[in-house]
Write a protein that binds this ligand. Structure first.
Ligand code: GTP
Ligand code: MG
Length: 195
């Protein structure tokens, strides 16, 4: 994918703030700190477009990044972060749920999981939920620099089984640190959703 332009268009918390128009959107979901914002930066060859942090709970709004004036990558707040208040967690949950369940521009939702860990109960629920809406054909396993190549296949099996992924669904490793897996992810996105 040749990135000619990438810009943040909106940080939204409610539907009236979503961008107008009919351009397709691809959203990234996953636990807090799994690497959603980093993955978006890496895909776009930008260091600081999406803000990242070593402490979970960095992204608190729905951020719409317009690419080549043709489609959006959408960064969402993470779930499963224990250290925010119950009220705040409920409010993030509502923000994510409203977007995912009502947004007609949505073409795909990509679940990100940490390659080192078993998907959590929240990951399983999220994957079931996005599958129910017809998404979830790509799962991204983040931080692939943290394990060896031989461990990768073992972890893929664990992730596939835990999430009950269908054989045709694909799982792709990505390392924002080493900039690995980017072409493969763009390839999958281009094949499936972007003309
Ligand atoms: P929230 O916005 O809190 O939901 O988190 P997020 O999923 O957007 O995660 P973010 O991109 O902010 O990254 C969290 C931490 O993981 C940061 O310290 C990143 O530097 C680190 N990180 C992200 N991707 C990678 C990776 O591929 N490899 C390594 N080693 N670290 C990574
Ligand atoms: Mg983030």
């Amino acid at each position: 994918m040749k990135i000619k332009t990438s810009e943040i268009v909106m940080s939204a918390v409610s539907p009236k703030q979503y961008p107008e128009g009919i351009l397709p959107e691809i959203a990234f979901v996953g636990r807090s700190n799994v690497g959603k914002s980093s993955t978006i930066n890496t895909l776009l060859c930008r260091k600081k477009l999406a803000r990242i942090s070593s402490s979970p709970g960095k992204t608190r709004t729905i951020n719409f990044y317009l690419i080549n004036e043709e489609f959006y990558l959408v960064d969402l707040p993470g779930y499963g972060y224990a250290k925010v208040s119950k009220d705040e967690r409920a409010s993030w949950g509502k923000i994510i749920e409203t977007y995912l369940s009502t947004r007609s521009n949505l073409h795909e939702v990509i679940l990100l999981v940490d390659i080192r860990h078993q998907p959590t109960k929240d990951d399983q629920l999220m994957y079931d939920w996005i599958k129910h809406y017809g998404f979830g054909r790509i799962v991204v396993a983040t931080k692939s620099d943290k394990i060896s190549r031989s461990q990768t296949h073992k972890q893929f099996k664990v992730i596939r089984e835990k999430l009950k992924m269908a054989p045709e669904d694909i799982i792709l490793p990505i390392s924002s640190l080493k900039k690995e897996g980017i072409d493969q992810l763009w390839g999958a996105l281009t094949n499936f959703f972007i003309q």
